[in-house]
Design a protein around this ligand. Structure first.
Ligand SMILES: C[S@@+](CC[C@H](N)C(=O)[O-])C[C@H]1O[C@@H](n2cnc3c(N)ncnc32)[C@H](O)[C@@H]1O
Length: 186
């Protein structure tokens, strides 16, 4: 659903060690393409959670792909997750985290669902300069993304946001290279 989710996920996981059999939450999985990729390429057990896409439709797709036993679709709103404390080895979120994760208190909430020393890895829409530093959202950005673009932040913004919370030890924060799939001039 978002731009180039598999490419973003594979690039993100250069910084993350997922081991076979780990229990991984794909938070905001959309149509579940990333969930299928995680199960197939990393041999992990995936819980594919989304708020807009019905879990029944996603589960049908996972079953048809022969992954019914390894990818479980769940209807979930990110701020009211239907999981147990310490249930996951890793939480992965592609193109989604900015919808809720900019809330100062959200990191403390979502990390409850991780085991001790669990992994939180996100790739999300971001910016190279804070809109605040520019005096506001540039009009060309507002024209495409609307006020949602206020939730796009720089890598350094995210580093500070997470490090200062002390809920996590930050191991990597970076801009991902521009997708190789973009056509010239786009
Ligand atoms: C741009 S799509 C990305 C989907 C998928 N990860 C991908 O990369 O193709 C954003 C997804 O975020 C989900 N989402 C947005 N807000 C959410 C929330 N509060 N709780 C759970 N999911 C949410 C939407 O349901 C949507 O599927």
């Amino acid at each position: 659903m978002g731009p180039n989710p598999l490419w973003l996920l594979e690039d993100l996981l250069r910084d993350v060690e997922l081991r076979p059999g780990m229990r991984v939450l794909d938070l905001g999985c959309g149509l579940g393409m990333t969930s299928v990729f995680l199960a197939r390429e990393y041999d992990v057990q995936v819980v594919a959670a989304d708020h807009w896409i019905p879990a029944a439709a996603n589960q049908r797709r996972f079953d048809e792909a022969g992954l019914g036993g390894r990818v479980q679709a769940v209807d979930a709103e990110a701020r009211a997750l239907p999981f147990q404390q310490g249930e996951f080895d890793a939480i992965v979120s592609i193109g989604t985290y900015h919808y809720f994760g900019t809330d100062d208190l959200y990191l403390g909430y979502v990390t409850r669902f991780l085991k001790p020393h669990g992994i939180l890895a996100i790739a999300s829409l971001a910016s190279t300069v804070e809109a605040r530093e520019l005096g506001g959202l540039p009009e060309h950005v507002r024209a495409i993304a609307g006020p949602e673009a206020l939730s796009f932040h720089t890598a350094e913004w995210w580093r500070f946001h997470w490090e200062e919370s002390r809920h996590v030890a930050v191991t990597a924060v970076r801009s991902q290279p521009v997708s190789p799939h973009r056509s010239p001039g786009s």
